[in-house]
Write a protein that binds this ligand. Structure first.
Ligand code: NAG
Ligand code: NAG
Ligand code: NAG
Ligand code: NAG
Ligand code: NAG
Length: 438
């Protein structure tokens, strides 16, 4: 790929990693492209997942590309701020277009329709790719795509609260809130900080630094957010461990035999650490900042790059600035400080970046403007709040599943799948076949 797709005078190039699988392919079939997002591309997806089922049905050739700056796809010597100027969704989209053109010629795929796939950030990329390159891409199948760039994404925690209530219990979110209140009180005194450091098994004791205290609150809230976002997805094929589910964490938060809500919150933390095989909770803000500042590829394994993209293009900071949610302690100010401290990007520049993404992609309004696109959303997924979980008769074919989480539709089918999820997969298959005239 070219380092800079938007400067014809710059002929520097780099190697983008991709995978191919022709085991289902026939010359009459389409070509599927799984678009990589903010992490390494994974070999496991070349033989598993809903898209592979659809490849079998339609005799598709399969490709997966890794997003520039993630995994092994390193366009530059390192991830310095100067080099990160080549990391953007726009460059990634141009990589996709170039990939399709080049691979069509290289693999002699002329006349076969290209369909793109993606979930989460790469779900948005797949919608944008169909929008920008309709002459190259015949359709997009996307999941949980955040289509609306947004600075203060406080709605995230609101959905977490609703999901805890609907799938957990009526008292679950309230008990989390009571625990969060107790933490706020304890943080005010030195003895309180000592209690928290030991209850929550911190790797290094809490300091007086406000940011350390914020980061601690965010770290424990993460024990719940992660479970809600990925509730019961079937991720074992890619080496995912059986995560906790909402029922399980609400059982802990409601269990009076464990003590008050704070003790239950601490127990949830202990169980989560054990599940992840980690001995202590690392909640040092200083360490997070210094890790995120590392520019060598062995240290910059994704968090730095994605943080950069949120600061430069999208926002999506999951703050506690709403009253209708159960956590405390990570206001917008904290995310703004991270952008400033790590990348020198201030609030005004961040605003301009978000504005630019809106101009470029249209936000959720794009949903009315594209054709031959499906968009899955799970109602309990916090990210659905910046996607498009609205039923329409024109544009995107929006499919909303009431009881599933982030990107659940993409995973391999499981006997434990909800009836709604099974129906959603069939609906996507029907749509795809209509696009292909099958
Ligand atoms: C990347 O950054 C490093 C140091 O900041 C610099 O030496 C290098 O030339 C930059 N550009 C590329 C294309 O790697
Ligand atoms: C595809 O890209 C590779 C790598 O840049 C290049 O060597 C090859 O000539 C290209 N093929 C076509 C048909 O454009
Ligand atoms: C939730 O997790 C618990 C504990 O890991 C497990 O026993 C239970 O079967 C899970 N429930 C569902 C609905 O997946
Ligand atoms: C947990 O981590 C320890 C030390 O890193 C390792 O020896 C052990 O095998 C791990 N256990 C599991 C179940 O992953
Ligand atoms: C889009 O889907 C329709 C059927 O719904 C199909 O007729 C048309 O050919 C598709 N467009 C492309 C570019 O494949």
């Amino acid at each position: 790929q070219r380092l800079d797709n938007f400067n014809g005078g710059d002929d520097r190039v780099w190697n983008q990693r991709y995978f191919a699988n022709d085991q289902f392919s026939a010359s009459t079939g389409p070509v599927f492209l799984n678009i990589g997002g903010e992490g390494p591309a994974s070999h496991a997806w070349m033989t598993e997942g809903h898209w592979v089922t659809m490849a079998q049905q339609t005799k598709a050739m399969l490709f997966q590309i890794e997003h520039r700056f993630y995994g092994d796809s390193h366009p530059t010597h390192d991830a310095s701020i100067e080099n990160l100027s080549f990391l953007s969704s726009e460059q990634a989209l141009a990589d996709i277009a170039n990939f399709i053109t080049n691979i069509t010629a290289t693999y002699k795929l002329h006349g076969r329709k290209w369909i793109v796939f993606g979930g989460s950030y790469s779900g948005a990329l797949s919608v944008w790719a169909r929008f920008k390159y309709p002459h190259l891409i015949s359709g997009a199948i996307s999941a949980s795509a955040p289509l609306q760039p947004l600075m203060n994404f406080y709605q995230y925690q609101e959905v977490v609260q609703t999901s805890l209530t609907t799938l957990g219990s009526p008292t679950c979110a309230k008990n989390v809130l009571t625990a969060s209140d107790a933490i706020t009180t304890l943080l005010k005194s030195e003895s309180g900080c000592k209690i928290l450091s030991s209850h929550f098994k911190l790797c290094s004791p809490l300091s007086e630094s406000v940011n350390d205290q914020f980061w601690f609150q965010e770290s424990v809230a993460n024990n719940i957010q992660e479970v809600v976002q990925y509730n019961r997805d079937n991720n074992e094929f890619e080496g995912g461990k059986g995560r906790f589910n909402i029922t399980h964490i609400c059982k802990i938060m409601d269990d009076e035999s464990l003590g008050g809500p704070l003790e239950r919150y601490a127990e949830l933390n202990t169980q989560t650490l054990k599940e992840m095989n980690i001995t202590c909770l690392d909640s040092s803000f200083k360490k997070f900042i210094s890790d995120t500042k590392s520019t060598s590829w062995d240290k910059a394994t994704g968090m730095r790059q994605w943080t950069y993209q949120t600061c430069a293009e999208f926002g999506w900071f999951q703050t506690t600035d709403s009253k209708n949610q159960p956590f405390h302690g990570f206001p917008l100010k904290l995310s703004l400080e991270i952008c400033e401290e790590v990348f020198g990007i201030g609030a005004e520049q961040l605003n301009r970046g978000i504005q630019r993404s809106l101009e470029n992609y249209g936000g959720v309004a794009i949903a009315g403007l594209v054709t031959n696109v499906t968009l899955y959303n799970g109602k309990i997924d916090p990210w659905s709040a910046v996607s498009y979980p609205t039923l329409t008769s024109v544009g995107i074919r929006s499919i909303v599943v009431p009881d599933t989480a982030h990107c659940a539709i993409m995973y391999p089918a499981s006997p434990h799948d909800s009836q709604y999820l099974k129906q959603a997969r069939l609906e996507v298959e029907r749509e795809l076949k209509a696009w292909l005239g099958l």
